[in-house]
Write a protein that binds this ligand. Structure first.
Ligand code: NAD
Length: 264
């Protein structure tokens, strides 16, 4: 019997079978969770429906987190299918392309800043608020995805790094707020993985090469690696963990300077 048997999970953020959310959905399915899904727009709907069907689910709901109406409608509709649920996976981020290439200040506008923060960080808090009545007193768990750029200055990541810092702080405030009613809130900080979003970051391939050369495990991480850790963090096996950022990054975050021992 899987360690998520009897748990119900809402998975956001599937855009392709390479999406981190796809790896999380598969891992949670393997551990026995019942799944529901959201899709961003009509273009992505058939893909998400196909992924859902393959994992035994027919609950597929529209959700664009830039709209309060859609966030509220999503949980209203979910409430019609499930009288409560246990796991909310937030795998959503967006910043305009010009804000995640070149120099931080070059791509900086009020609009780019607000968009990155609204879609990538505010959305976690807004979804937690809308989901609260359905998740209350169930030993439930909310999980989001972050990146090292939240705490280190990384070239090209720019305003998305600032938004991820906001996201990680949001995880801690939500954990404090929702802990008394039994809901845990955590983040996974994943190493670079080639997904549609990652392709939008300038020089992503170069970054991946550097990572594989220097990370202690000398390999990139996979959506299966992230999925398995997500399944654990959202299960009762992790009942004592909340407000944390867990690294699934082949150990890259522990490094100081890289390349010092390289031959010239
Ligand atoms: P992805 O492109 O597969 O997924 C991003 C998802 O965000 C898509 O499904 C997209 O539909 C959704 N999204 C964007 N705007 C939205 C909106 N307004 N409303 C609802 N959904 C919206 O890429 P991914 O890499 O799987 O990204 C998932 C999460 O993982 C993101 O938070 C990303 O920052 C994070 N992350 C990715 C990496 C990486 O290297 N790929 C590393 C660390 C963290």
């Amino acid at each position: 019997m899987g360690f998520l048997q009897g748990k119900r999970a809402l998975i956001t953020g599937i855009a392709s079978d390479r999406s981190i959310a796809s790896g999380i959905a598969e891992a949670m399915h393997r551990q026995g969770a019942e799944l529901a899904f959201t899709y961003l727009n009509d273009k992505l709907r058939p893909r998400v429906e196909k992924a859902a069907a393959a994992l035994g689910s027919d609950i597929v709901l529209p959700l664009d987190v830039s709209s309060d109406e859609q966030i509220n409608a999503c949980f209203e509709q979910l409430g019609q299918r499930w009288d409560g649920f246990d796991i909310l996976v937030h795998a959503i981020a967006y910043a305009p392309r010009e804000a995640i290439e070149g120099e931080f200040l070059d791509g900086l506008t009020r609009e780019n800043w607000n968009t990155a923060h609204e879609i990538s960080a505010f959305s976690l808090a807004a979804m937690a608020k809308a989901a609260r009545p359905l998740m209350k007193d169930r030993n439930g768990s909310i999980l989001t995805l972050s990146y090292l750029g939240a705490e280190r200055a990384l070239q090209n990541y720019n305003v998305m790094g600032v938004a991820k810092a906001s996201l990680e702080a949001t995880v801690r405030y939500l954990a404090l707020n929702l802990g008394p009613e039994g809901t845990r809130v955590n983040a996974i900080s994943a190493g670079p993985i080639k997904t549609l979003s990652a392709a939008g970051i300038a020089n992503f391939r170069k970054m991946l090469g550097h990572f594989e050369q220097y990370a202690p495990l000398r390999r990139s991480v996979t959506i299966e690696d992230v999925g398995n850790t997500a399944a654990f963090l959202c299960s009762d096996l992790a009942a004592g963990i909340t407000g944390e950022v867990t690294y699934v990054d082949s150990g890259y975050n522990i490094l100081g300077m890289t390349g010092i021992g390289d031959e010239d």
